[in-house]
Design a protein around this ligand. Sequence first.
Ligand code: GTP
Ligand code: MG
Length: 201
Amino acid sequence: MKITSAEFVKSAFSEKDWPRAPLPEVAFLGRSNVGKSSLINSLLGVKGLARTSSTPGRTQALNFFLINRRFHFVDLPGYGYARVPKSIREEWGEFVTAYLANRERLVLSIHILDSRHDPTQLDVQLSEWLSAHGRPALRVATKADKLSRNELRRNLRRASEVLGAAGEPARLVAYSAVTGAGRDEVWRAISEAVAVSHPPR
Ligand code: GTP
Ligand code: MG
């Protein structure tokens, strides 16, 4: 997809802040520090639109970006960051869950994993939760540039077994925000999801 415009719209701290424009939304979610914001910037070919950080827990609200004036990207706060107090962790959980459960115009959830590590229990729970709620999901294993080809292949196979359901391995797209590997495949999935909900006139 050709990107003609990408702009930050707003940070939402509660449901009343969600944008009213009836546009399809694509959400980016995953553990703290896996590279959600970096994936957004890499897909858009911009630096620094979504704020990234080597400090986990940087993204603390739902951040909405308007792409090509046609759909929204939503950068969600990461989960599973142990140093955040439990009360805040629970509040974040509720806040993100409310969005994922209730937002009708959410057409695709991009679940991001770190290709270096096995999926955590929270990753498995998220994966099961999305499918139980009938949410179309794309799983992306990022930071692929940090692994050798063999390590990557091995880790993808393991992750796809851990996240698979009913004996079916899950599909994972290997990605690198550094090299751009996987970009076309992720865009293909986004374009399809957005077109189905919002066909171009
Ligand atoms: P939170 O918002 O804190 O949950 O983090 P996030 O998931 O948005 O992660 P972010 O994009 O801020 O990236 C975290 C760190 O990983 C940063 O130091 C990034 O530069 C690095 N990073 C992200 N993607 C890649 C990648 O594909 N390759 C490499 N080598 N580093 C990456
Ligand atoms: Mg972030």
